[in-house]
Write a protein of this length. Structure first.
Length: 218
């Protein structure tokens, strides 16, 4: 089946955490006339992983080369499933409303699957400055499997959800956008996903409202 030429624009990674950027890849999630899917095929998924620095370009190239179309489509479907369950939990936390139990079970399944596809290895430490070797979890022999992006994303989502940083997850102030971001600002006052997009959109709207407000009679 032929597809229209793809718009290969880079992803807007303004969420300041790859797990949140991943959720934001369903754009305009709350728009009345429907969202826009930015991860439309396995190639998009690899492109996102590489840009978010969750995979090296070498890993992404290898997976693009060796993954068959059917296998890639299946991984993409699982990634969408993971993303939507993660979205329910992130928005549930921000809005203080529990996500559906099915989403919690979906996350559990993905997190457990990611932890089952790792290997303990003896490696130079990336934590210590002198590179002293030690025991570390790696993707090991699973690193060349089509599912690698799914496991890495599951791990990334799980890491954020279990961390203190969860308290800093916020949503963009534009109602149709509500992109997620990690508020790392000093006074915790960040309001927009991307100042250039939604910040300006709100400013323009306020300007327009002022310009079209009924005039006081002369
Ligand atoms: Zn926004």
């Amino acid at each position: 089946m032929s597809r229209p030429a793809k718009n290969q624009q880079p992803f807007d990674l303004c969420g300041d955490h790859p797990a949140l950027d991943f959720v934001n890849s369903l754009d305009n999630r709350f728009r009345p006339n429907g969202p826009i899917e930015l991860l439309a095929d396995y190639g998009d998924l690899l492109r996102f992983m590489e840009q978010a620095q969750l995979l090296s370009s070498q890993q992404a190239r290898l997976l693009a080369r060796k993954t068959k179309q059917d296998a890639g489509a299946q991984v993409l479907q699982s990634a969408h499933e993971l993303r939507e369950a993660a979205a329910a939990a992130f928005y549930g936390s921000v809005d203080r409303r529990p996500p559906p139990l099915t989403d919690i079970r979906t996350l559990e399944r993905h997190f457990l699957s990611a932890s089952r596809h790792r290997e303990l290895r003896w490696e130079p430490s990336t934590e210590s400055s002198d590179g002293r070797p030690g025991i570390a979890w790696t993707w090991g022999r699973f690193e060349t499997e089509a599912d690698l992006p799914l496991w890495v994303l599951s791990q990334t989502v799980s890491d954020l959800m279990m961390s203190e940083e969860m308290g800093r997850v916020r949503t963009c102030g534009v109602a149709t956008c509500r992109w997620l971001f990690l508020d790392t600002s000093k006074n915790h006052t960040r309001r927009w996903c991307n100042m250039k997009v939604c910040g300006n959109r709100m400013k323009a709207r306020r300007f327009q409202e002022r310009a079209t407000a009924p005039r006081v009679s002369r």
